[in-house]
Design a protein around this ligand. Structure first.
Ligand SMILES: Nc1ncnc2c1ncn2[C@@H]1O[C@H](COP(=O)(O)OP(=O)(O)OP(=O)(O)O)[C@@H](O)[C@H]1O
Ligand SMILES: [Mg+2]
Length: 264
């Protein structure tokens, strides 16, 4: 009898010890997750700010090189200031996104969001022999966090430009409104994507731009599309891609419209 009681006590003790170990491991895992989250936030911010820094520096240099031409200096400095303001909004928005907090969606006019993106990119696409066609009706409105959708479109536009360098080509941005969603398409007539690369294209660190091919092309980190997917997922939408090697690539985004009476 005594031995059964002793065995029970010993089992209880070992169970309590296991429980303690389990709790310690759980707390360790949540600390590691918090650290991983900080790491991914820093990557996201650095990546997105970098997209704006290159044109910002070009606008500032442009102003310095044209000091005698007051209207040009004024315009270039205004654009530089706009990029700084966007950089600050992007930082806030990335911090909120990675904290898992929900950001306030707004009704935004798609064509003006896209115009702002092209204004923030200093380099004229025509200089790279790229024709830009924007086929978006003025009245198309999306329900989104504006700065985040601009980041997505900026990444798609920069990728499209990279894919068309140095030969040039056509970049087409279209949008169509359906009863319960808005579909946006970004198509380029560039290099296309190999089937093997296509399978993992939205995975982080998946890049074919590890080596710079020319002074115009930048080396990539393979994070742009992973962030795009994360942002579109957080909007309850979806992003997909179709590509034909050496011909064209189309990235398609579908954003849901808010349900009537549920605009929050
Ligand atoms: N429009 C496109 N045409 C051809 N290939 C593309 C296109 N968009 C993306 N890719 C391919 O997908 C890869 C991943 O794109 P992603 O934007 O995630 O990273 P990246 O452009 O390489 O680097 P970065 O982190 O600077 O954006 C690219 O390296 C490229 O091979
Ligand atoms: Mg990219």
């Amino acid at each position: 009898m005594t031995s059964i009681i002793e065995k029970r006590l010993s089992l209880h003790k070992s169970l309590a010890d296991q429980q303690k170990q389990n709790d310690a491991l759980k707390s360790h895992i949540s600390q590691l997750q918090a650290l991983a989250n900080i790491g991914s936030t820093m990557y996201m911010i650095a990546h997105e700010i970098n997209n704006l820094l290159t044109p910002l520096s070009s606008y500032a240099t442009f102003a310095l090189n044209n000091l005698d031409d007051e209207p040009i200096v004024k315009k270039a400095l205004e654009r530089a200031v706009q990029n700084c303001q966007r950089a600050s909004k992007i930082m806030d928005s990335m911090l909120t996104l990675t904290n898992g907090q929900k950001q306030q969606n707004q009704h935004c006019q798609l064509s003006s969001l896209i115009k702002e993106i092209f204004d923030s990119l200093c380099r004229d696409f025509a200089k790279d022999k790229i024709t830009v066609n924007i086929v978006i009706a003025e009245d198309i409105v999306i329900w989104a966090v504006p700065v985040q959708i601009q980041q997505v479109l900026m990444n798609l536009i920069l990728n499209a430009r990279d894919a068309m360098l140095p030969r040039g080509g056509i970049l087409t941005i279209k949008a169509q409104e359906n009863s319960d969603s808005v579909q946006i398409e970004v198509t380029d007539s560039g290099s296309g994507i190999k089937p093997d690369d296509l399978k993992k294209i939205f995975e982080p660190f998946s890049t074919t731009k590890a080596d710079k091919k020319s002074s115009l092309q930048h080396s990539g980190s393979g994070l742009g599309l992973a962030f795009c997917k994360r942002i579109i997922d957080s909007h309850g939408g979806c992003i997909s891609v179709e590509s034909e090697l050496d011909k064209a690539s189309t990235f398609r985004i579908t954003l849901p419209k808010p349900k009537t009476g549920n605009n929050k």
